[in-house]
Design a protein around this ligand. Sequence first.
Ligand SMILES: [Fe+2]
Length: 241
Amino acid sequence: MSDDGSFYQRDLAWHPPVLTPPYKTSVLRSPRRAPLSLPNTVSEMTGPVFGHDMLGPQDNDLILNYAKAGEPIGPRILIKGRVIDQDARPVPGALIEIWQANAGGRYRHKRDGYLAPLDPNFGGCGRTITDEQARYTFRTIRPGAYPWPNGVNDWRPAHVHFSVFGHAFAQRLVTQMYFEGDPMIWQCPIVGGIPDKAAIEQLIARLDREATLPMDAMAYRFDIVLRGRRSTLFENRKEGN
Ligand SMILES: [Fe+2]
């Protein structure tokens, strides 16, 4: 966020509070003191952190980008959407990174000890950049739910982790996407930390029959809304000034 007030402030009633005790990790992780406001430096506001040439042709295809001998097991899906700001302006050129468990609910990570097996053909990571209309697409397999050591018997709903980078180092959003119709969403202590039901609904990707590929892959739509700028398109000044 720039320090001249040109961006909307974060709506703290929309985001989960930092301390939500049913989500046990938040107890130790939440700060005990009031936050300090630090001014951004020029490098944080202007520094590019990636380039289009970093991306490979299979980076947004998780079915193929780790395949060794055959394709990964699981329901084949597309995840499609747009990145817009809260004034409905498209955000082209945003880097989107995703990571997820495999169809059995197991991450390819050394600290994941869940007994579900790794899939030798699935890495679980992908990235892409929004196009001129701020659209993006991933091809992947639907992740499985997995248990986690929180309460006695807590399970995460099937989800995909998202990171969105804007045009500067300090512009980053990290969130999770869930799947329409999954009853586990409403039992999850992490999801339960979000105070507004409408904010939860915004994290649930909708089945998109229009984008479904016949005899191939179901499609889900997940649009991401970022905070907007207070400046309007009609102001007589350059972007970023
Ligand atoms: Fe996860």
